[in-house]
Design a protein around this ligand. Structure first.
Ligand SMILES: Nc1ncnc2c1ncn2[C@@H]1O[C@H](COP(=O)(O)OP(=O)(O)OP(=O)(O)O)[C@@H](O)[C@H]1O
Length: 275
């Protein structure tokens, strides 16, 4: 039996691993081919909160984020030992369809990636992909409003998505991701290609979006994590014996992690002793 999108919605109230936990992610070991990229990383994603993944380059932040909606499945040689519980199911169970998972756990990438089609169709595309046929114009408008883009584009919905500025393109991608009303939005360094003003706009939008969606975000920007995140997961990378395996060092309330880190590596990282 193939699990369908509807089977993942069957028990929307179900949580895993504790009250308010929408996704409970446990990575015992994760490989790309023979390379062990991540180990011993347990990150609960809490409902209605923003969880930031921070840490030095190569520690596995994006890899861990991509586990949450099975995006790593697309990578050749990917192997995963652990679980990702969502709505009472392990999304890695062989009967779960990854396409159904991504309907409920959407993703926004580092580089804004609008399609070479109109602004309207960029948002409607995600709906069509998920066979949503009713109320498409209303849903497109709601998604563009939700992404704080409607006022800027309502008079040019037929213009190409590529004609927008970088920050607008990223908000268009957010609109595309929220059009199907996912439960969770994964954001992989969503501001790294943007200037400070567009970055602030996206940060404000994230805080607004968390009223409706749970968010997990990878960021290199520690101030950004402090500004937007409720919870922060700090990852580090072992380099013993030539290995480069990332792991979770500390997961805490963001304020606590930055004000009173419990682990030496966290202290060193947030004080800028290494990057
Ligand atoms: N598709 C892939 N195939 C093989 N190895 C990969 C792949 N993606 C990532 N890796 C490796 O896995 C490790 C973790 O990478 P990942 O991109 O998750 O780290 P990161 O902390 O997000 O890094 P950065 O901050 O530089 O983006 C790195 O050693 C990286 O080279």
């Amino acid at each position: 039996m193939i699990e369908t999108a509807s089977s993942l919605t069957a028990n929307p109230a179900a949580t895993a691993g504790g009250t308010g936990v929408v996704i409970d992610c446990m990575i015992n070991e994760l490989f790309y081919g023979s390379f062990r990229a991540v180990r011993d990383t347990h990150i609960p994603i809490l409902k209605g909160k923003i969880t930031a993944f921070i840490g030095p380059s190569g520690c596995g932040k994006s890899t861990a984020l991509r586990c949450l909606n099975r995006m790593n499945d697309l990578v050749r040689g990917f192997r995963f030992n652990g679980h990702v519980h969502f709505r009472g199911k392990d999304i890695y169970h062989p009967n779960v369809d990854p396409v159904a998972v991504r309907r409920y756990i959407g993703m926004v990438f580092q580089q804004p990636n609008p399609f070479a089609m109109s602004i309207y169709n960029n948002v409607a595309f995600g709906l069509r992909l998920n066979r949503v046929k009713d109320d498409v114009p209303e849903r497109v408008e709601n998604a563009l409003r939700g992404a704080a883009l409607w006022d800027e584009v309502k008079d040019k919905l037929k213009a190409s998505g590529l004609s927008l500025s970088g920050g607008q393109q990223q908000r268009l991608c957010i609109a595309r991701a929220i059009a199907t009303e996912p439960s969770v939005l994964l954001m992989d360094e969503p501001c790294s290609a943007l200037d400070p003003i567009a970055t602030r706009r996206i940060e404000e939008l994230m805080v607004e979006l968390k009223k409706k969606y749970t968010i997990a975000v990878v960021t290199h920007n520690l101030q950004q994590a402090q500004r937007v995140a409720d919870k922060t997961a700090f990852m580090y990378v072992d380099t013993d014996g030539g290995a480069r395996t990332g792991y979770l060092v500390e997961y805490e309330d963001t304020d606590r992690l930055f004000e009173d880190p419990q682990e030496l590596h966290t202290k060193q990282y947030i004080s800028g002793e290494f990057s």
